[in-house]
Design a binder for this molecule. Structure first.
Ligand code: DGL
Length: 269
């Protein structure tokens, strides 16, 4: 099927994290249909090699394009860090990552001391400091891998002592650096943004990446003439996973904020 303006926007992540971006996109663009793929068979991405993440990302994104996606949003910082260029080269539709719009926002806000929390893959890639050095050269950047947050969130532990202990462990080195703003550079983290914000205190601004990314995608699709023009209600969004479990379905609903039907997709055979 070839892509048309009435085609869906494709998004993918390793699991539920990208649903924070899907939620923000659905709110910002209520006339658009979303086609979401959570690669639960390979979760977490943050511990994988760049080559593995690139391979998964290329296969999933091409699959979404084959299903009619008119654009791809890489709703995962780990994949955005190591696979974005390969995706742009390989695909025939516009591709958006979750890093560039956030870097632009840090530059726009003139943040002086910015902290980054992300997966090991994201932090090891050095992509955030490199892009910030180019776009916000006056900002001092400190980055920390905070990988334990993903399994805790995927366990649906969204409050309580286990989550608090993990956040506290990561907050200590971060507060020692006296950052003005903290980028939650993993699409899983916004679901516990309130808890992170409470621990970091009011002097640290948390950058809400799903909204920043949704705004960027909306403006870019409009500029490219790719926003859906057809009148009438949008078909329902579709959510696919590479390995279905009831637990994933429960937390997916919580992330997206409404009941969703998940279906297992056998992309990997
Ligand atoms: N949500 C993803 C990210 O933004 C991936 C987390 C993971 O699978 O490690 O990096």
């Amino acid at each position: 099927m070839s892509a048309t303006v009435d085609g869906p926007i494709g998004l993918f992540d390793s699991g539920v994290g990208g649903l924070t971006v899907a939620r923000a996109l659905a709110d910002r663009l209520p006339g658009e249909r979303l086609l979401y793929f959570g690669d639960t068979a390979h979760l977490p991405y943050g511990d994988k090699s760049p080559e593995a993440i690139r391979g998964y990302s290329l296969a999933i994104a091409q699959h979404l394009v084959d299903l009619g996606a008119k654009a791809i949003v890489v709703a995962c910082n780990s994949a955005s860090s190591v696979a974005y260029d390969a995706l742009v080269n390989a695909l025939s539709v516009p591709v958006f990552n979750v890093i560039d719009p956030v870097v632009a926002e840090v530059a726009r806000l003139g943040v002086q001391r910015v902290g980054i929390w992300g997966t090991k893959a994201t932090i090891k890639s050095g992509v955030f400091p490199a892009k910030l050095a180019a776009q916000a050269p006056d900002a001092a950047v400190r980055a920390w891998a905070t990988p334990l947050l993903v399994p805790v969130i995927e366990e649906n532990i969204l409050q309580g002592p286990i989550l608090d202990a993990v956040i506290d462990g990561y907050a200590r080195p971060t507060e020692a650096e006296d950052v003005d703003a903290l980028v939650l550079a993993c699409t899983h983290y916004p679901i516990v943004a309130a808890q992170i914000g409470q621990r970091m205190g009011r002097d640290v601004a948390l950058l809400s990446t799903p909204q920043i990314v949704a705004e960027h995608v909306a403006l870019a699709l409009e500029a490219q003439g790719l926003l859906r023009v057809a009148a009438g209600p949008v078909d329902s969004h579709q959510f696919m996973v590479s390995d279905y479990t009831p637990a994933f379905e429960a937390i997916a609903q919580q992330f997206f904020g409404e009941a969703i039907a998940l279906r297992e997709d056998h992309l990997w055979g």
